[in-house]
Design a protein around this ligand. Structure first.
Ligand SMILES: [Zn+2]
Length: 408
């Protein structure tokens, strides 16, 4: 009986683990071993965005040699992060920040803590029932590190820089991502906003709190998911550069086109770990320079989004039962769909395209609805309810002036 019970419980634990993980480990690329070495120690601040695939791990090296590690990648990344720390000459970790209990943030931390017992561990007041979280807590307790609750107003106990937590601002959230400890590190005139997986709910709270959100470099929230980086939040930060920590060909469609378009519209260049490998920002307190493991020193330039609306845009198909509308841009220019509307005529329901939506030349965009709807690259989610009447339901596309552009 005992074994039967265990066998029954195990799949449940595994299932709940995946449900709770939300943005866990799928494909990952190999961590680069050719990232720049620690050459400027002594006068410069370094922020290393490690290429840990679909996960986060950020190493901050303060000029005085103190070190902060924000997240430790997935479970399988732990030893690679340890090797990276060694390669950078890190002798000890002053502090670890565990932004929130998802596996792609704390998964590698148990291994890292065993090699590098930190003096302090900052984490939000959030728990998880996963083995990953258990292992993390066990490692923290065994290390003897001081546990400090990360929440708005808490300061890092590190000298030469200012490390201030701007979130979480509440005690309870529906989604674990919103518990993310959001850390702003300031060194002279240069600052870094490290957002974990904080989503729109937390971003709105940060905006409401009246804190100074402006930062030179933004670590884009939640791997570039459309659930983060609202236009209002991005405007308040007004970063000069952004970094997205994301896995190549990940199953979540991260980073989403919506988020990339917002960054483009705001004129913010983007570095991506899936394209650039490990990214190192170095600052003397006045300016910030980037190096990547592919040795390229310039980020992907922000691509201008033309505001033209051509007649070459049309609904190419409506899959009524599959709840997928495909829109094709047959012109040779990108079309900005901000404020455009898609209408289900029978159901009399309207979808408004969010700010920053574009269709590139010769590309399609899908608008999906229903229970399995998941956003991704080139895919927008209308709602998780069913919209289209399977017995026949014309769909119409209207431009921002309210003129019908296409009907199918
Ligand atoms: Zn994540």
């Amino acid at each position: 009986m005992f074994f039967h019970k265990r066998l029954f419980i195990l799949p449940l634990i595994i299932l709940s683990f995946f449900l709770l993980t939300g943005c866990g480990s799928i494909e990952k690329t190999t961590t680069s071993s050719t990232a720049p070495t620690q050459t400027d120690k002594g006068s410069h601040l370094q922020v290393h965005f490690l290429n840990v695939g679909q996960a986060d791990s950020i190493l901050v090296i303060v000029p005085n040699g103190q070190t902060i590690l924000i997240d430790g990648g997935n479970g399988s990344d732990g030893s690679e992060v340890v090797n990276y720390l060694k390669s950078q000459g890190v002798k000890e970790l002053t502090a670890i920040v565990a932004t929130h209990p998802h596996e792609d943030h704390i998964g590698g931390l148990d291994t890292i803590i065993q090699s590098y017992p930190p003096k302090q561990v900052y984490m939000p007041n959030a728990t998880s029932t996963t083995k990953t979280f258990e292992d993390f807590i066990k490692a923290v307790n065994a290390s003897g590190a001081k546990k400090i609750r990360a929440k708005t107003g808490v300061k890092l106990d590190v000298s030469e820089i200012s490390g201030l937590f701007l979130a979480p601002n509440s005690d309870q959230y529906e989604d674990l991502n919103n518990y993310s400890a959001v850390l702003k590190i300031t060194f002279g005139k240069v600052s870094f906003m490290l957002t974990g997986d904080a989503e729109a709910v937390s971003e709105a709270e940060m905006l409401k709190s009246g804190q100074d959100l402006q930062a030179t470099v933004l670590k884009v929230g939640h791997h570039g998911s459309s659930s983060s980086t609202t236009s209002a939040f991005l405007n308040a930060i007004s970063p000069k550069y952004s970094v997205i920590s994301v896995g190549l060909d990940n199953d979540y469609g991260h980073p989403t086109q919506v988020t990339l378009n917002r960054l483009t519209k705001a004129g913010v260049p983007v570095y991506r770990t899936d394209q650039d490998g490990t990214i190192v920002a170095t600052s003397d307190g006045d300016t910030v320079k980037f190096t990547t493991s592919s040795s390229s020193t310039s980020p992907k330039p922000a691509q201008p989004i033309p505001t033209i609306a051509t007649g070459s845009l049309a609904i190419s198909t409506i899959d009524l039962s599959g709840e997928v509308v495909t829109i094709l841009n047959s012109s040779d220019q990108a079309v900005n769909l901000t404020g455009w509307k898609l209408v289900s005529e029978v159901g009399n329901q309207t979808y408004t395209f969010p700010a920053g939506t574009t269709i590139l030349a010769s590309e399609t965009l899908k608008v999906i609805s229903g229970g399995n709807a998941q956003s991704g690259s080139g895919v927008l989610v209308w709602t998780d309810s069913n919209i289209w009447n399977n017995d026949g339901d014309p769909g119409a596309l209207y431009n921002v002036e309210g003129q019908m552009v296409s009907r199918k």
